[in-house]
Design a protein around this ligand. Structure first.
Ligand code: HEM
Length: 443
């Protein structure tokens, strides 16, 4: 056990979490104990490091001392199997190298058409919603949109009812996995949630198996979607991916790429509604560049303020507020000793509010992301996608997606909050407590 690092005692930590949630408990501990502290949670101990220098050490300069081990067992076992997010060693290296070309800034442009088509579909829907003034849950609205996009990017043309079923099943799997990361009954004890999980998992596995079989039976199979690229990719040994790995990578993309982007978009609408001067400036940029026409992907380079809005949302409301690495040997972070086996949690949510690196950190201000301001900052003060060799492989995909969705929809609409700005809590990802009721208003 790491003994030299201060932190709240186990009772204070557990009552804090029960009363105020994980996010506020970590925030209190940070303010009390500084940039590195420990949290004892009954079953185990976490070290949490907030300072950008710790982000650099764990992800870059001292990365050989860390890996995704025990902390990722739940995700690996119940959700993604050998998929990229939780795999390690040679398997991870091979898969990352093989898949990297599909996710470069140029590579992801292949999906712009899908994103745009789904954005335009929602634009039509919002025109009707603006007319009726109906209240919607913006979180759910964005989840449906990003699920449709990731399913079509993965499997090509999927029917709407297939998308709804897959989304439901993957969300059931994620909920079950999140619960399994805390104290739980052993797997062999039959529970309702266990049965629901097994049904959802079997359905997702069967769906992917069926699509792969269909593709293999075609003389001229589709080539453009991610599954096609995964099926035709060959490692240095010339071997294709096994069917189980194709399945695991597909589920990984759905899991990692759908809810994170949906939460980012939902937080964007809430932030714009709460910051009218930013909304105004965004509207002026869109009107100036687009006038009355629909945006295309080529317009994005002339809409830099819209991208700055997304980046500022990812600063204050990073969909992945924390991520963990397990120390594989005795090491140090910020000059403090860490024992082998200790999970070290990095905290974008708090690094992004560090007063030494961000002036007036709680203020929503997209001008923090002008190229000049970005160049001046500590490079690891901002890490919504992690950083280093295990940086999010979908970062360009999700920035393209968020940028395009924002410009298509904000050009015509100003969603309004119904009630106060939400309180953000940890629900596997960062989420608005009790949902995000909003009404669509035309610009
Ligand atoms: C706003 C949206 C997103 C955010 C905030 C986000 C954030 C992150 C973070 C923090 C990690 C590191 C996790 C860890 O180390 O445990 C990560 C990894 C990953 N993300 Fe994303 N992500 C987003 C969108 C996406 C999308 C759209 C995809 C796929 C299409 C994706 C696929 C992945 C994968 C496969 C990894 C694992 C990479 C590896 O370990 O080599 N993510 N993401």
């Amino acid at each position: 056990m790491t003994t030299t690092i201060a932190g709240p005692g186990p009772v204070a930590a557990l009552t804090g979490i029960a009363r105020h949630g994980f996010l506020d408990t970590v925030g209190d501990a940070w303010r009390t104990h500084g940039d590195i502290f420990r949290l004892r949670l009954g079953v185990g101990e976490l070290v949490i490091a907030v300072h950008p220098d710790a982000v650099r050490e764990v992800n870059l300069t001292n990365r050989r001392s860390f890996d995704k081990r025990k902390s990722y067992d739940g995700v690996r076992r119940y959700l993604t199997g050998d998929g990229l997010i939780a795999s390690t060693g040679d398997l991870w290296r091979r898969q990352r190298k093989l898949m990297a070309p599909f996710f470069t800034p140029r590579g992801v442009l292949a999906y712009a058409g899908i994103i745009l088509a789904d954005a335009l579909r929602v634009e039509d829907r919002w025109a009707s919603l603006a007319a009726t003034g109906e209240t919607i849950d913006m979180g759910e609205e964005m989840m449906e949109l990003t699920a449709a996009i990731i399913v079509r990017a993965l499997f090509g043309t999927a029917a709407d009812d297939e998308i709804v079923r897959l989304k439901g099943c993957v969300e059931t799997m994620i909920r079950f996995t999140t619960r399994r990361m805390g104290p739980h009954l052993p797997d062999w004890v039959p529970t309702r949630s266990g049965r629901e999980y097994a049904r959802a998992r079997d359905e997702v596995h069967a769906y992917i198996r069926r699509i792969i079989a269909e593709r293999r039976s075609l003389a001229d199979p589709p080539t453009g979607d991610l599954l096609a690229k995964l099926m035709t990719a060959r490692g240095e040994d010339g071997e294709p991916m096994a069917e189980s790995l194709l399945r695991d990578e597909s589920i990984t993309m759905f899991f990692a790429g759908h809810e994170t982007t949906a939460r980012t978009m939902a937080a964007t609408w809430a932030a714009l509604a709460a910051n009218p001067e930013v909304e105004e400036r965004l509207g002026a940029e869109l009107a100036g560049v687009l006038g009355d026409r629909e945006p295309t992907v080529e317009d994005l380079r002339n809409l830099p303020y819209a991208l700055q809005v997304v980046k500022e949302v990812l600063r204050l409301y990073p969909a992945a507020p924390f991520y963990v690495r397990d120390a594989v040997e005795a090491t140090e972070v910020l000059g403090v000793g860490i024992e082998a086996g200790t999970p070290v949690m990095l905290a974008p949510y708090f690094t992004h509010r560090h007063p030494d690196f961000w002036a007036d950190p709680e203020r929503f201000d997209p001008d923090r992301f002008t190229p000049e301001a970005e160049a001046e900052r500590h490079p690891q003060a901002y890490h919504p996608f992690a950083t280093g060799e295990r940086v999010c492989i979908g970062n360009h995909f999700s920035l393209l997606e968020s940028h395009l969705l924002l410009v298509v929809l904000a050009r015509r609409f100003r969603p309004r909050l119904v009630g106060a700005s939400p309180r953000w809590v940890m629900e596997g990802v960062l989420a608005p407590e009790g949902g995000l009721p909003m009404r669509i208003a035309a610009r």
